[in-house]
Write a protein that binds this ligand. Structure first.
Ligand SMILES: [Zn+2]
Length: 247
């Protein structure tokens, strides 16, 4: 079977950088070329590579150079500051752009894994992202701050994508966690939320702020940092209590 674009179903496929080359400006030129990819908390898959060289061949040229490139442009003026922990403020528009870019990036990271090891994010979520180009009402997003010490104790990039179960029985949703430098962005996909309802937004915390749905402006860096040791617990919370409210 011919491979088709994971978003729109077209061919031919082109190569897409999972992390954009322009991020080089955010990274110290002497930075270790250390990367770390994990598919899930249970199935750890280590992967070391120059962080900006990885490509996947999963999208068509229209998607790649069109709307996906626009999502890159929308975060370009503030993403390096988030990664380096430099002072900046994220208004609602920047939060929306960050939520969309992070989701796109994590969808592409899924395709760095072998086909038989993906599976957490269903094809229908790729298709709906192609339509909306932002997270849906059935998703929540948040931004966390993590110290990034100048030694080898913490990887530059760390990603996790984990299924979770809302009813304790089977996997009904997924959580992606993307850390680059000081920035940690999570997208939580709950079971589909009915028309006229929405997920109750996350409460702001000193080290974690809601970005989807967008919230009050965020002053960066946040006042408290999440220790890197808590990365797995953050990516796979035991007590994720998602509730539904009227819109
Ligand atoms: Zn496409």
């Amino acid at each position: 079977m011919a491979k088709v674009c994971v978003f729109c179903g077209c061919t031919p496929l082109t190569k897409e950088h999972v992390l954009p080359r322009w991020l080089k400006v955010a990274l110290d030129p002497t930075v270790r070329q250390h990367r770390y990819i994990r598919l899930s908390v249970d199935a750890v898959r280590h992967h070391e590579a120059p962080p900006l060289n990885e490509q996947v061949k999963s999208v068509c040229s229209n998607c790649n150079s069109g709307w996906m490139n626009q999502l890159e442009e929308n975060v370009r003026h503030f993403l390096p500051d988030l990664i380096r922990g430099n002072p900046c403020t994220l208004d609602a528009e920047a939060q929306r752009a960050l939520a969309a870019w992070s989701l796109k990036t994590m969808l592409m990271f899924q395709h760095t894994h072998p086909a038989d090891a993906r599976g957490v994010i269903p094809a229908s979520d790729f298709a709906s992202f192609h339509v909306t180009r932002e997270p849906t009402r059935s998703m929540l997003g948040r931004l966390g701050f993590m110290n990034y010490p100048p030694d080898d104790s913490v990887p530059l990039v760390d990603t996790l994508c984990q299924g979770y179960s809302a009813d304790g029985v089977r996997s009904t949703g997924w959580i992606t966690t993307l850390k680059i430098g000081c920035m940690v962005v999570q997208t939580i996909r709950a079971p589909d939320v009915a028309e006229g309802k929405r997920l109750t937004p996350f409460e702001p915390l000193p080290s974690l702020r809601p970005i989807w749905p967008t919230d009050a402006p965020i002053k960066w860096p946040l006042p408290a940092a999440i220790p890197y040791e808590l990365m797995s617990a953050l990516a796979h919370p035991d007590d994720l209590d998602l509730t539904i409210m009227p819109t």
